[in-house]
Design a protein around this ligand. Structure first.
Ligand SMILES: C[S@@+](CC[C@H](N)C(=O)[O-])C[C@H]1O[C@@H](n2cnc3c(N)ncnc32)[C@H](O)[C@@H]1O
Length: 284
C-alpha cells in the first residue's frame, strides 16, 4: 500500500530526505547513469522510442536522463509519492523538459493505471518495492508494444563510503551496519536481490542481456559525495537502534552529525563503492 511506503520514508528521515538521497545518488553516480542510458539508447535505437515509461520514477533521475538521450520521446513518470513527482516536475521545468513529461500518480500495489502503449520501460530500484512484482511485470508486458524494451535496474548492494579503519573505534563499522541492515531488509523488502532475469522470462519477456556495473569512485571526490554519504548513512542509521553496540552507534552518530568535527562532510578519504545490475528484456 502507498501508506506503507510512506511510513518507511518517514521513519527514515521524512520524504524530503528520501528525495534528497535520490537526487544525490543521481548527481554522484552521474557517470554510471550516463553509461547505462547510452547503452539503452543503442539497444532501443531502431525505431527510436516515442513514449517511455519510468516506473517508480522517484525524483526523475532516469526520466530526465532518458529524455535527454531520446530527443523525440515523451515520458510518463509514474510514482506513488506526490512529493517525488512535484520534485520531478520542478527539475523537468528547470531543464526545459516539462512539456515532455507526463506525471502519473498511482500505487501499483493497489491498481494499474490507464496508460497508453509505450516503446520503452525503465524500472530503476523500484520493482523490489512492489508487493507483487510479478503482477507488475505482467502489466508491463501488456503496456509495452511488441518488440519494445524493458530495462530493470537494481542494486546488488547499497553504496559503501568509509575506509575500513576510520581511526575511530573498532574497524569495520560500515560492514557491520550493512550486515544488520540486510537482516531487517529481508523482512521488509523480500524482493530485494531477486533474480530478475528469471522473473522476466517467467513473465513472458525475452531477456536479451544482463550487465553488472561496478562503481568505484576514489578520492579526491566532489563535495556532493560527502552529502551523499551523510544522507545514505543517516538512512542506514535509522534502522539500527538496539541492534548494534553503543560504541558503534556513537561512532556512526559522530559521522552523520551535521558538519561536526567528525562528520563525513569533513573527511577527504571517502570513496563510493557500489554494484548495480541492469537486465534488458524485450516483449516478443
Ligand atoms: C528507490 S526509489 C527509485 C527512484 C528512481 N527510479 C531512481 O532510480 O532514482 C523507489 C521509488 O518507487 C516508488 N514506489 C514504491 N512503491 C510504489 C508503488 N507501490 N507504486 C508506485 N511507486 C512506488 C517510490 O515512491 C520511490 O519513488
Amino acid at each position: 500500500m502507498g501508506s506503507h511506503h510512506h511510513h518507511h520514508h518517514v521513519a527514515e528521515g521524512g520524504e524530503s530526505a528520501m528525495a534528497e538521497l535520490l537526487d544525490l545518488d543521481a548527481e554522484v553516480l552521474h557517470s554510471y547513469l550516463s553509461e547505462v542510458t547510452a547503452w539503452i539508447h543503442e539497444l532501443a535505437a531502431d525505431p527510436p522510442p516515442r513514449r517511455i515509461l519510468d516506473l517508480g520514477a522517484g525524483t526523475g533521475a532516469g526520466t530526465l536522463a532518458l529524455l535527454q538521450r531520446f530527443e523525440e520521446a515523451d515520458a510518463i513518470a509514474l510514482d506513488v509519492d506526490p512529493h517525488m513527482l512535484r520534485r520531478l516536475r520542478d527539475k523537468a521545468a528547470d531543464l526545459g523538459l516539462a512539456d515532455r513529461v507526463h506525471m502519473v500518480q498511482a500505487d501499483l500495489d493497489a491498481e494499474w493505471p490507464a496508460i497508453d502503449t509505450v516503446d520503452l520501460v525503465w524500472a530503476s530500484s523500484s520493482l523490489h518495492h512492489m508487493a507483487d512484482p510479478d503482477r507488475v511485470l505482467a502489466e508491463l508486458l501488456a503496456v509495452l508494444r511488441p518488440g519494445g524494451l524493458l530495462a530493470v535496474l537494481e542494486l546488488d548492494s547499497f553504496p559503501r563510503f568509509l575506509p575500513d579503519d576510520l581511526g575511530l573505534g573498532r574497524p569495520g563499522l560500515e560492514a557491520r551496519c550493512h550486515a544488520v541492515r540486510a537482516e531487517t531488509m529481508a523482512d521488509r523488502l523480500p524482493h530485494l536481490g531477486a533474480d530478475w532475469g528469471s522473473r522476466l522470462s517467467q513473465a513472458g519477456f525475452t531477456v536479451e542481456t544482463e550487465r553488472t556495473f561496478a562503481i568505484d569512485l576514489t578520492p579526491p571526490l566532489p563535495a556532493a559525495t560527502g552529502r551523499y554519504a551523510q544522507a545514505s548513512l543517516r538512512r542506514l542509521r535509522s534502522g539500527l537502534d538496539s541492534r548494534m553496540s553503543a560504541d558503534d552507534l556513537a561512532t556512526l552518530d559522530t559521522l552523520i552529525d551535521g558538519d561536526g568535527p567528525g562528520s563525513v562532510l569533513r573527511r577527504d578519504d571517502l570513496a563510493v563503492r557500489a554494484k548495480r545490475t541492469v537486465w534488458v528484456a524485450r516483449r516478443p
